[in-house]
Design a protein around this ligand. Sequence first.
Ligand code: AMP
Length: 175
Amino acid sequence: MAHDFESLIVDVPDFPVPGITFKDITPVLADGPAFAQVIAAFADRWRDAGLDAVVGIESRGFIFGAALAHELGIGLHIVRKPGKLPRETRSVSYELEYGSDTLELHADAFDASGNNVLVIDDVLATGGTAAACCRLIAEAGGVIAGCAFVLELDALAGREKLPQGTTVQTLVHVS
Ligand code: AMP
């Protein structure tokens, strides 16, 4: 089913580098009813899933993750680029097309608030980022209830990189 907010997502050719079509979701955030529709679609799917927390991936995952966690009345953990979190962290490195990248999570993230979590980001592209985030959560003692994305680039088959059997919710599929 098509969502009304879909038409607000803007394709930006050749950003941030030539050959990439960037899916800009900021107009969705700027439109109150559209933003609310996105969060309602996530909340409807996960309200009864027994989640303890949402994990947002830097940086647009923070925006959707915070709104969803608030809507569900649960906490938010944030997975960040290296050097941003102030206390002891766990980290995971993963391969990019050229080079590698690292993500960090506070080491005590799952001590206090339970450990059944939903991972959230704006776009699932190659899947490297979300897969690394899932690895990091598992190593930190978290349990992945599922992953949720506003938009998925189906041709890149990113969901195949996620742990086998992961439940994935995507609001907009782009072929
Ligand atoms: P990937 O690891 O390839 O799945 O990339 C996912 C991360 O990069 C997400 O945090 C996205 O926000 C961002 N990203 C990747 N490709 C795009 C794209 N075409 N448009 C917007 N964001 C993207």
